[in-house]
Design a protein around this ligand. Sequence first.
Ligand SMILES: [Zn+2]
Length: 271
Amino acid sequence: MSDGTTTVNLDQVVLARTAQELAPFMEAAGLTNPVSIAINAYLLDDGTRRLLLDTGAGDLLGSSAGQLLASLVQAGYQPEQIDAVLLTHIHGDHSGGLLTGAELAFPNAELYVNALDANYWLNEANQHLAPAARQRSFANACRKVLPYQLAGRLHTFMAGGEVLLGVGTMAQPGYTPGHTYYTLPGTSPRVVFCADLAHLLALQLADPTIALVYDVDPDQAIASRQRFLAEASAVGYWLVAAHASFPGVGRVEAVGAGYRWQPLSPDKEAL
Ligand SMILES: [Zn+2]
């Protein structure tokens, strides 16, 4: 479901590329800087339990985002009905919706997150070592996740196995230490919620070596992206992407040295 959109200024976000170098990709995608990207989260309902995959931005990114609760209600659900929240990583546009004001937005939900992300973002020593540009992410991580920990609802896992209801996990380190994709049970070809495979889909699929200021380890992030894109295009995974135009469902196709996003709905433009 849609949390809305946010705007990204490429000059502030893309590492080691000039505007001139990015221009061909922008032109091919029909984009101009700054770029508007979608923020998507997803609900899994097996009839007995309801899992939310990511929570959108909450109050962290202004009024164009933070619409997940309204989308949830529009789809016929109340926040109290969410049994578990599974985060792909602890960035504000994915974990910001955990709270409404100071209250747990999902009061009956258990919260699951990769242990590597919890250990990184909820650790003051790491915050002291991090660059200035990442300080706000640390502050937001503590503000949004610690209330669940205090309530005894935070659960951590190592990626590679199943978390709940047959939902599997795939480690995708680099963007954040515990960046995790979720695979949906009983799907063939697999449906993978691939989170921030690309924060800027049009650029980072066309050239998977484009790194962003958000990458905690840019080289590792690029390696994870390249490995997954090769696998996803070869196997034909259905992908559900947090920042592709809503509803964010598509596949990737290898083109030259990069990849192209093929959205499920032919009338939807990919970002
Ligand atoms: Zn994101």
